[in-house]
Design a protein around this ligand. Structure first.
Ligand code: NAP
Length: 252
């Protein structure tokens, strides 16, 4: 399935954390596939504007919906704006995420709470905000960004691993609740992907991680966007409650 087929024409999408990295690549891909895309971000307005401009210069439609996904009232307002402007919402990509890494011995309560609030409660907030609408529409696609870390754990990431594993349980539960209404809910578990988030890792840590990846390379944001594009397409109508690893074979 190539991006030139415009398989999402007439659909609208809400992508959280779309200003950079994986969310940016997903937004560009869904727009290339024909969807109108609402671009959420926390604070990086210039980067989000650049994504919007890139979509528009390619002939697509986008709007900016800034706001903190960890705040339920904020998220409800963003979804209302999308539906007021575009009349419908077909696709939700829960991608926004942060890290606050530290060994458990040194991790502060605040570092734990912030990561759970953004990475896990953010997914609850956005999903809850769209659920009634998608049920009424009798169709929808929700894709939640988990991580290989949610599957296998990682030193210095107890907060992040707990959130990402929590997303998997959440995904399977909502998938069961919404399946009869034509709404699919899946998770994607990226491995080591080249973004600002992983740019923060030392070269030494990245080298060690690379040795564990059978494909022998880091993934690109586009590798993840390709998987998401499939999961939101009509071709994935009978796939729900699944976790799709996009990790070069890191977890198998
Ligand atoms: P990134 O480059 O750091 O980008 C994070 C994005 O999330 C930005 O758009 C940021 O907005 C947004 N964001 C952060 N906190 C937010 C909040 N409270 N409300 C709304 N938006 C918020 O991250 P990435 O590497 O692309 O990761 C994207 C997702 O994939 C995350 O969920 C991450 O955990 C997951 N993931 C990444 C990897 C990897 O190797 N990179 C692997 C597995 C899973 P601003 O630009 O405004 O700050």
């Amino acid at each position: 399935m190539s991006a030139t087929e415009k398989v999402l024409t007439g659909k609208t999408a809400f992508v959280t954390g779309a200003s950079r990295g994986i969310g940016r690549a997903i937004a560009l891909r869904l727009a290339a596939d024909g969807a109108k895309v609402a671009l959420n971000f926390a604070s990086n307005g210039a980067k989000a504007e650049a994504v919007k401009a890139e979509i528009e210069s390619a002939g697509g439609s986008a709007m900016l919906v800034q706001g903190d996904v960890s705040d339920f009232a904020t998220v409800t307002g963003l979804v209302k704006k999308i539906v007021d402007d575009w009349g419908r919402l077909d696709i939700l990509i829960n991608n926004a995420g942060i890290t606050r890494d530290n060994l458990l011995l040194k991790m502060s309560e605040d570092d734990f709470d912030k990561v759970i609030a953004t990475n896990l409660k953010g997914v609850f907030n956005c999903t809850k905000a769209v659920t009634k609408l998608m049920m009424r529409q009798r169709g929808g696609r929700i894709v939640n960004m988990s991580s290989v870390v949610g599957l296998k754990g990682n030193i210095s990431q107890t907060n992040y691993a707990a959130a990402k594993a929590g997303i998997i349980g959440f995904t399977k539960s909502v998938a069961r609740e919404l399946a009869s209404r034509g709404v699919t809910v899946n998770a994607v578990a990226p491995g080591l992907i080249n973004t600002d988030m992983t740019a923060a890792l030392s070269e030494k840590v990245k080298e060690v991680m690379l040795q564990e990846i059978p494909a022998g390379r880091m993934g690109t944001p586009e590798d993840v966007a390709n998987a998401v594009a499939f999961l939101v397409s009509d071709q994935a109508a009978y796939i729900t409650g699944q976790v799709l690893s996009v990790d070069g074979g890191l977890v198998m």
